[in-house]
Design a protein around this ligand. Structure first.
Ligand code: GLY
Ligand code: MN
Ligand code: MN
Length: 445
């Protein structure tokens, strides 16, 4: 696979997305979407810049201090961008800027203005428009600017809508171009996990495997992880979001790695669990086989028309049956499911939408379409073009009251899939998950 292929989204795709947004806006309205801003890490050092996912989705523009404004007036749309003007001195110190002159052509928009002029110009371009769309819950500079406009220039709109209600639904369905980028993210993430398996040894530290993973991401142009990598050996695997990654890995323990790269802004999200010394013990094998069976069954069932909830029900049954067989749970399978007795060992969901954000946007609930914004059910039937993770796990804390040999074992197996007309396609299949395949790969060290 040519990993340099198609790292850039074609400009037409951003135009099409903006058109789709405009189609769903009421007439005589304006949408305002804010970029991210640089975030201070300490003193005068910033975190690596990461563009706001909504802003990126509509512009493909990767600079801070920018605002996209789209007006729809008597059915006709205009697209404006406010951005940082060229500044030779600032650019010498801090990096290149697109600048106002080049922005219309580069971003395929109508007009560009300096960001400093937003408060003066916005009241003019939004004059007499009666509805505003913006991301309401953004605790951002955008919110401050809009409040300032209201107070200083009496810019107010009779109707205000959350633009995310439109954009989340659009983002949930991935285009062919997006799926190609996500395939790359999945492939690079998979290569990183393969490398970690090959590099694992007793007494190495968790961070040593993390460094192999991050290097592999970087090697292919995925400069950042799409979330903080989890490298959790032994019982650390029972801490779901363990990110300290600072412990030595013991001979005889498993290590759970949950890590994915961000490639061209799209997230990969893979978990694999494997023995530090390359050989599963019998109890580790028994727990692992339950999770693997559940994960493979889930992948069979995650097809158009089924819901995540339905598939999770099947996953829960496989796990409960397995845990009863091992004596970790005792009693009647139906009753244990009914009482949710498994939740001590499986306390998270089966998976989540994946895209520009690792926990991507979009409703999981069928009733959302009917206006119910509060439902927590994951009963929405899957549709072609949705991308999601499938990540069952079992976590047997040493504090739990179970047979001794299973204590401290945590296993999660996570892949990324896209729903297709033929079922689904696994984007992360390059990294092994069968016990024999993992042991064979690790024996090649
Ligand atoms: N890595 C975060 C998750 O799996 O949801
Ligand atoms: Mn994950
Ligand atoms: Mn995940």
């Amino acid at each position: 696979m040519d990993l340099a292929y198609m790292a850039k989204m074609p400009a037409e795709e951003f135009i099409t997305r903006r058109q789709k947004l405009v189609e769903q806006m009421e007439d005589n309205s304006v949408a305002v979407v804010f970029s991210s801003q640089e975030q201070v890490r300490n003193n005068d050092c910033c975190y690596p810049f990461r563009q706001d996912s909504y802003f990126w989705y509509l512009t493909g523009f990767n600079e801070p201090d920018s605002i996209l404004v789209i007006t729809k007036r008597d059915g006709v749309s205009q697209v404006y961008c406010f951005l940082r003007p060229s500044d030779p001195l600032m650019e010498t110190w801090n990096g290149r800027r697109l600048g106002i002159e080049k922005a219309p052509q580069e971003l395929s928009i109508n007009t560009a203005y300096a960001i400093e002029d937003f408060l003066a110009i916005f009241p003019k371009i939004s004059q007499n428009l009666t509805a505003l769309y913006y991301k309401k819950d953004q605790q951002s500079w955008g919110e401050i600017l809009l409040n300032q406009l209201k107070q200083e220039s009496a810019v107010d709109f009779p109707r205000i809508f959350d633009v995310a209600l439109i954009l989340d639904e659009m983002r949930l369905f991935k285009s062919t171009n997006e799926i190609a980028l996500m395939q790359q993210a999945g492939q690079i993430s998979a290569l990183a996990h393969i490398r970690a398996m090959k590099e694992a040894r007793p007494n190495r530290f968790e961070y040593e495997l993390e460094s192999e993973i991050l290097h592999e991401f970087n090697r292919f142009g995925a400069r950042y992880a799409s979330y903080n990598s989890i490298v959790a050996a032994g019982e650390n695997a029972c801490i779901l979001h363990y990110t300290e990654n600072d412990q030595p890995m013991k001979d005889g323990d498993l290590v759970l790695i949950d890590a994915g790269c961000e490639f061209a802004m799209y997230a990969g999200d893979i978990s694999r669990t494997f023995p530090v010394n390359g050989k599963f013990t019998q109890p580790q094998r028994e727990i692992y086989e339950i999770v693997l069976k559940a994960q493979k069954r889930a992948i069979e069932l995650l097809v158009a028309g089924n819901s995540i909830q339905q598939v999770n029900d099947a996953v829960v049954r496989i796990k409960v049956e397995g845990l009863v067989r091992l004596g970790i749970l005792q009693g009647d399978v139906e009753q244990l499911i009914e009482q949710q007795a498994y939740r001590e060992f499986y306390m998270h969901g089966l998976g989540h939408w994946l895209g520009l954000d690792v926990h991507d946007v979009g409703s999981y609930s069928q009733s959302f379409a009917n206006g119910d914004r509060n439902s927590r059910l994951r009963d929405r039937p899957l549709e072609i073009g949705m991308v999601l993770t499938v990540e069952p796990g079992l976590y047997i804390s040493s504090k739990s009251n179970v047979p001794e040999q299973y204590k401290g074992i945590g296993v999660r197996i996570e892949d990324n899939i896209v729903i297709t007309e033929h079922g689904n396609k696994i984007l992360t299949s390059a990294v092994p998950k069968e016990i024999d395949d993992i042991e064979k790969l690790m024996a090649q060290q």
